[in-house]
Design a protein around this ligand. Structure first.
Ligand code: PLP
Length: 260
């Protein structure tokens, strides 16, 4: 059966990141895509010029109305923007006993704009992470989440992944794309085993929305795969192909999107 997969996140009108990118990744990964909007941005490949949060009660109304009718097989959480929205979404997910939750703890865009209010970090850690099947922070996000010293190598990543697991998610994927090296190496920690996932580093500036796309692909794959690690591997292979294919696009002059 085709899984119904929900993203709760924010729009990027250029379609490279956020809800619009998530929907493309859901389709490309064999899922039926649905979206609840937490906020809107005004954005292109170079800059974010505005963020417009959706009123809390209307976020809840979107979620409640959807769950009243539709079976939701997995959920991807992306940019939520504020502490209030983070807390509200966590409460709504708890109320609906939502399953297979994948959280991309979006904080800062590649164009260097703050996408999550600083006072929301505590709600993300304390209220959303305990609900998660998988969280997918990159290295700068991991450093903020743990308040730790700069992460410089695989060993630091391994320690950070284990520390993040203490916050409650079943599986932590620390993405190593920000480190140097011919390969991009991620650490996946399920509390027992730590697995290294390696992919060749692709020379391109078309990396806008790669975190969104990866976490969306994981959420789409989770209900279709035997294990979460299989879902993560399938999603990572898909993201690598999407980055490789991005050269065929001509979208803006900043960090361009990937091609699904
Ligand atoms: N805009 C929205 C709505 C997002 O959800 C995200 C990332 O999750 C971004 C922008 C940032 O994308 P990137 O940092 O890949 O440019």
């Amino acid at each position: 059966m085709i899984p119904n997969v929900l993203t709760i996140a924010t729009t990027d009108p250029s379609g490279g990141a956020g809800v619009l990118a998530d929907l493309k990744a859901f389709s490309a990964n064999g899922a039926y895509g649905m979206g609840v909007l937490a906020a809107l941005t005004a954005q292109n490949t170079q800059t974010v010029t505005g963020i417009y949060p959706i009123p809390l009660d209307f976020i809840t109304r979107q979620i409640d109305t959807l769950y009243a009718d539709v079976r939701v097989d997995s959920v991807k959480i992306g940019m939520l923007g504020t502490a209030e929205i983070t807390r509200r979404v966590a409460a709504d997910l708890r109320r609906h006993n939502a399953k297979r939750i994948v959280i991309d703890p979006v904080m800062v865009s590649k164009s260097k704009h703050q996408l999550l209010a600083h006072d929301a970090i505590e709600s993300l850690r304390g209220e959303l992470f305990p609900l998660a099947e998988i969280i997918t922070p990159n290295i700068p996000e991991t450093e903020v989440l743990l308040g730790c010293a700069p992460i410089k190598n695989l060993d630091d990543m391994r320690k950070a992944a284990r520390a993040l697991r203490e916050l409650g998610p079943r599986i932590v994927m620390v993405k190593g794309g920000h480190l140097d090296g011919a390969e991009s190496i991620d650490i996946v920690d399920d509390g027992v085993t730590q697995t290294e996932l390696r992919a060749p580093r692709i020379a391109t500036k078309n990396t806008h929305g790669t975190g969104c796309t990866l976490s969306a692909a994981i959420a789409a794959q989770l209900p279709q795969c035997a294990t979460p690690l299989d879902a993560i591997r399938a999603a990572k292979a898909y993201l690598t192909r999407a980055i490789e294919a991005s050269g065929a696009l001509d979208v803006g002059s900043g960090h361009g999107p990937t091609h699904h």
